[in-house]
Design a binder for this molecule. Structure first.
Ligand code: ADP
Ligand code: MG
Length: 693
């Protein structure tokens, strides 16, 4: 068996199951090994039919009075068994599993491990696992992995498949140099792989995770360093000076624009714009990260840089992660040029354009020299050609990947690059993660702005909240309501957008317009709704987190988040960032659906502070050791396991080791680094050819 064999080559994986695995992105045996658990579960203490706790998972130790009987209803064979204590009885059901009858013997004692639910005063347990007591007690020392699933694919099946893959694959060769492992107390790769999936105990799980997190950082940093050497020395092909002007004078153009803005720029905004201007006039291609908390005003900085390019006769482009955000940028940019009485064309390019609009956009891109271009990923498709594209900006995007950068590079002489990020990262870490970039930090919020007022409440507060929203709307403002789900589902609990819209339409008088927005809508529909909200034709927008990034409607003053306990702190902070963008006082209502202990503490952090840095720090403190598995995807960075805050120490180690390695063996040609090089090839995938090796 080899890692690139299809998953179906493992025992027990038929075509149907294989399809399910494809749905979660697992195609090969190697893939399943890298499909890490998203969490772990501890096996609960053993209880009996009199002492179990309803509505949670229990390990009920009981005697089977007889073998299960099989009930047939519309061809569905269900094995049924009642187990009883002195006072209570649990009815246990196994669907489509008549074979259970031969597993559970009359008079035998078993641990039934599963969730007990209560319905009409009776207790049920569906599809529990059945174990002899000794096996269960042995399992209790271990952690049970929980995998991301899809409908039809059970956790148990994933576990069994992982076990099969681990047993079948000849052990991978260690690829990290021995001295690196020893210096950083890292376990062997094979041990890590086994124990991240099926940890012998908690300590092995942590050891395993440390190794894999180190690797993630290490390869990430290596890839970055190995592309950087090329790009750092790239010569600036664009002279950002108007003909006949002295270097000293031409910056006056941007300065003259800032005078005409409706607000004075903050000191941090001014400083950042100056840095960009200097970069674009230097000998080398600019690569700059602009970091600033939500609402710090990054967009105007980007726009001014684009106008600077236009003024010199060059194109510039800003790329946003969503259609909605791209359209909003295009609209704002158009308004800005009008206000500043500039005639540079604004060109929008997104996936939702009609064929005709797209053709027109393509033609304009080829023709218009000073175009201000706004779009989504559509901007880097092969079909698109530019004319003197001098600056590309990505907004709210995960790190501008090597591939995308390369795609833009191929579209003409190397453009300058700006990446804008709202992820609050301490400077020392930013230097590592954005090692190939210069960093500007916008660490000031516009002075006039009033801090958002927060409150954390439970659902009994809803009526009050609705009245509050109604009053805000009567004063001319708008509101967001966020729900975790799009529609009602069996599998997850929580408010959903579709039903919520209906509810609010009943709650509010007709003149208050309520609309829903979610990711499953067609792009066109989303755009229409967002546009209507921008123009205040809709007053209350009920949405999923699709509006999490970037959307800017200064007139919105209320953000109400249903089931706030279901979101991560960083995400809640982003959501809250949608209000408090104008002069009016804004409010954020964190509504707790089901209050569980610990969650209060997290929401209390948000309640206390509007500062992204502070929140990230507190988030970390609230997590105890062993509490860190799969809690947060570091949004922008797409690491599988690593968390840039939690694992800052490992990141620094990985950074040191990567630097030393490249100092000693810049081309990774030393025979002792052969395995490492191969591993890098796997990690980098298609990007490997772009590395400077
Ligand atoms: P973000 O950094 O989150 O992308 P935006 O660029 O969207 O923030 O800016 C948030 C809001 O603040 C916008 O409505 C913008 O017009 C406004 N804004 C930006 N800079 C200033 C400033 N210096 N003074 C007042 N308002 C500003
Ligand atoms: Mg923004």
């Amino acid at each position: 068996m080899k890692p690139d064999f299809p998953i179906s080559s493992l025992k027990g994986i038929g075509p149907k199951t294989e399809e399910l695995f494809h749905l979660i992105g697992v195609c090969t045996v190697g893939d399943i090994l890298l499909y890490f658990p998203r969490d772990y579960e501890r096996y609960p203490q053993i209880c009996d039919p009199d002492t179990f706790v309803p509505e949670q998972k229990n390990a009920v130790f009981a005697r089977a009075p007889k073998s299960p009987s099989v009930h047939v209803r519309s061809h569905l064979k269900t094995a049924v068994l009642d187990v009883s204590g002195e006072n209570r009885t649990i009815r246990i059901l196994w669907f489509r599993a008549p074979y259970i009858c031969s597993v559970v013997k009359a008079g035998g004692f078993y641990v039934f491990y599963g969730k007990v639910t209560e319905k009409d005063g009776r207790y049920y347990m569906e599809q529990p696992e059945i174990l002899p007591r000794e096996s269960y007690e042995a399992a209790q020392k271990t952690l049970r992995p929980i995998y991301g699933l899809t409908k039809g694919l059970s956790n148990k099946l994933v576990i069994r498949t992982v076990e099969a893959a681990l047993a079948d694959i000849p052990l991978e060769m260690e690829y990290l140099p021995e001295d690196v492992r020893v210096r950083n107390s890292l376990c062997e790769y094979n041990y890590a792989l086994k124990n991240i999936h099926l940890p012998a105990d908690e300590a092995s799980c942590i050891t395993a995770r440390n190794r894999l997190v180190f690797d993630e950082f290490f390869f990430f940093i290596l890839c970055m360093q190995l592309t950087r050497d090329q790009s750092m020395v790239l010569k600036n092909e664009f002279t950002m000076i108007q003909p006949g002007m002295q270097r000293a004078d031409d910056a006056d153009f941007v300065a003259s624009l800032t005078e005409k803005l409706p607000y004075p720029l903050t000191g941090a905004q001014q400083r950042t714009i100056r840095q960009i201007q200097e970069d674009m006039r230097s000998e080398h291609v600019m690569q700059r990260l602009i970091q600033g908390d939500v609402g710090s005003g990054k967009t105007i900085v980007a726009f001014l840089a684009m106008l600077d390019c236009a003024n010199s006769g060059y194109q510039s482009a800003i790329m946003a992660p969503t259609d909605v955000l791209a359209r909003q940028h295009a609209q704002r940019l158009t308004e800005l040029t009008q206000r500043l009485e500039l005639s540079y064309p604004v060109i929008l390019l997104t996936g939702s354009l009609t064929a005709r609009e797209r053709r027109e956009a393509y033609t304009a891109l080829e023709r218009e020299k000073s175009a201000l271009i706004v779009g989504t990923h559509a901007l880097i498709q092969d079909k698109v050609t530019y004319n003197r594209l001098a600056l590309v900006i990505t907004d709210e995007q995960h790190r501008f990947g090597v591939k995308q950068r390369e795609a833009f590079f191929r579209k003409g002489p190397h453009p300058h690059i700006i990446v804008m990020s709202a992820t609050p990262i301490p400077r020392t870490l930013a230097i590592i993660l954005y090692g190939d970039m210069d960093i500007s930090v916008i660490d000031e919020v516009p002075a006039k702005r009033r801090p958002i007022r927060n409150c954390v409440v439970d659902t009994s507060f809803r009526e009050k909240a609705y009245r509050f929203i109604e009053n805000q709307v009567r004063e001319g403002h708008q509101a967001y309501v966020i729900c975790p789900l799009v529609e009602e589902t069996e599998h997850s609990e929580g408010e959903n957008v579709l039903d919520y819209v209906k509810r609010l339409r009943k709650v509010f008088p007709d003149e208050i317009r309520v609309a829903g927005l979610h990711g499953r809508m067609k792009a066109e529909e989303k755009n229409q709704i967002m546009e209507a909200f921008l123009e205040n034709r809709i007053q209350v927008l009920v949405s999923t987190t699709v509006i999490e990034v970037g959307v800017d409607v200064a007139n919105a003053t209320v953000m109400m988040i249903e089931n706030a306990e279901k979101f991560g702190l960083a995400q809640l902070h982003q959501l809250r960032g949608r209000v408090g963008r104008g002069d009016a006082q804004s409010y954020c209502i964190f509504m707790q659906g089901t209050a569980q202990e610990g969650e209060n503490a997290r929401l209390a952090v948000l309640n206390k502070s509007n500062d992204g840095f502070f929140i990230a720090g507190e988030d970390l403190k609230l997590r105890g050791p062993g509490d860190f598995f799969g809690i947060r995807q570091s949004g922008e960075f797409r690491f599988r396991l690593a968390d840039i805050y939690q694992d800052a120490g490992l990141m620094e180690k990985a950074s040191r080791e990567a630097a030393q390695l490249l100092r000693e063996d810049p081309g990774l040609t030393d025979p002792s680094h052969r395995a490492l090089r191969e591993r890098l090839r796997v990690y980098a995938g298609e990007d490997f050819s772009l590395l400077n090796l």
